[in-house]
Design a protein around this ligand. Sequence first.
Ligand code: GUN
Length: 296
Amino acid sequence: MTAQIIDGKQVAADMRAELKDEVAKLKEQGVVPGLGVVLVGEDPASQSYVRAKERACEDIGIYSDDNRLQADISQEDLMALVEKMNNDPKINGILVQLPLPKGLNEAEVLLAIDPAKDVDGFHPMNVGKMVVGEKAFRPCTPHGVIQLLLRSGVTLEGAEVVIVGRSNIVGKPLANMLSQKNATGNATVTVCHTRTKDLAAHTKRADIVIAAAGRPNTVTADMVKEGVVVIDVGVNRVEDATKKRGYRLVGDVDFEAVKEKASFITPVPGGVGPMTITMLLYNTVESAKRAAGLLE
Ligand code: GUN
């Protein structure tokens, strides 16, 4: 079997077109969704994420308040900026790009963001609400993964899902969302990690494998069954002298070999990546609608 490639760029473009229409309609009612973005320091991967977020906001008509700060900013000044955005009615979503440089207290900053503007879904209040099945902002990458599966026609109900990786941003929330008793859940989920004894024994029986370990070749063809659905969340830089920039991006999955066994697979780049920003835009629009009293 050769897999159907799940085109994340296309799914993201479809969803962004829907959002762009929605934003235009909101503007007619005097509502302009706004996103406050905070980037501290010079990390190149973070800089490119943030640039992509700003372009995406501009493209669909979301107001974006961009704050680029020196790596040596004090905790107090960063907290004051978050507080200012909490109180700014033009801002419906606040995004503090992670990781923060050493010396800054990330947990304290995330806790300071108004949960009603926490479009990343990282605030413990939103994490807790999600776990107990209440309405809450869902974190963007896991939500994007679920959208890719659903929009590709993959059945989640009753599926054996194996997630490789237990991060707070991807593995843990994804496991929770996929096991909820609702239309985006109802799967049977196993979370594997660095202490898992026999990773292949788990992945081999999975209907859906989601790789979010942050290491190339974590999932190889001998580790999956024929017809498996594979979602690759990994983004790894590997040296490549043939490229002008000296590296290329690969996921956590041995794409070329695994695609010969899978029924569906996401590429890297062009799979999950474009969905993360799309779900951030989605959450920002939802937040603006709620602030304007257009949602319950
Ligand atoms: N760093 C890597 N991914 C993300 C994300 O989705 N949100 C934030 N805030 N930081 C990140």
